[in-house]
Design a protein around this ligand. Sequence first.
Ligand SMILES: *Cc1c(COP(=O)(O)O)cnc(C)c1O
Length: 349
Amino acid sequence: MSRFLSERLQSLKAYVPGEQPKVRNLIKLNTNESPFPPAPGVKEAVAAAADSLQLYNDLAAAKLTRLLAETYGLHENQITVSNGSDEILAFAFQAFGGNGLAFPDITYGFYPVWAALFGLDAKIIPLDADFNVNAADYKGNDRCVVIANPNAPTGKALPLSALRNIAEKNPDQAVIVDEAYVDFGGESALALVPEFDNVLVVRTFSKSRQLAGGRLGFAMGNAALIDDLNRVRFSFHPYNVNTLTQAAGAAALEQPEYFEACRQAIAETRAWTVEQLKDLGFRVLDSKANFVFASAPGMGGGEYQKALRERNILVRYFDLPRTRGFTRISIGTKEQMAALIQATREILT
Ligand SMILES: *Cc1c(COP(=O)(O)O)cnc(C)c1O
């Protein structure tokens, strides 16, 4: 820390992302990326877009936004795109968190960091004993609600009825639904957008569309909510989604069959992995995401993570009171998961 750091940032604890090692032969199951390559056509679209890199990128991201509108059955003014969904979430916290925020104790670790960075008060609402979000806990709340659905790192999902309930019971607050993992089996709050002016759905191309390194996210909601987000964006960084990423995102959306095939492969491999882990005596939470949150028999989450690391397999561990017994394992290819199960057998014997 230098002598110059603003006082209000001196106690800020930054978010710690999962390891991104450059070592070969590692099986990387720690940051919920897709194990599959970008969609066919993405590389060519990026190469073609590079021809105009001397120019600023399209502020409206017109093609990408039009394709998103078609894909999700919305009007273009109900969508805005961002440099990863982390950015749009940060904009939303600033736009709608003025009266404070409410989110679960166990959820995406970035929420408390943004709250602290922007000086917003955070009310932490514990998940129940089985790691469920209890919609009734958010009733008549006086602040912006943030729900990751499916939740991270538990993988558990709320049904649409519960999200509707939260939206209904908080008519004067924005309800941000972070759907980073919804493509893997959750129910989307998108169905609420035509009916509720307070529901903002946030999505990313990082987990289910093979573009984590491209940094592309988007938000969908009532046109006035989207306007508010653009107000923050135009007060910070209007050119937030670069030319190459816009081209990559549009090309990915033009391959719906590839998207389907990838998410089906993940769902199948997840089912197989859960079965194998349960056979080995693990407790595995019911996951609707591209990862599982699992507790190894007779072993802490950190201990299991370390043992896997020694066998060149990376997974994620959250050293907090309620999550210490668990390890979060991203769903990779079938081969990667077979290697994880094999290594786990060795560790347990
Ligand atoms: C990965 C993740 C994000 C961020 O995704 P990016 O689009 O890569 O910034 C947001 N929310 C949750 C819950 C995530 O797990």
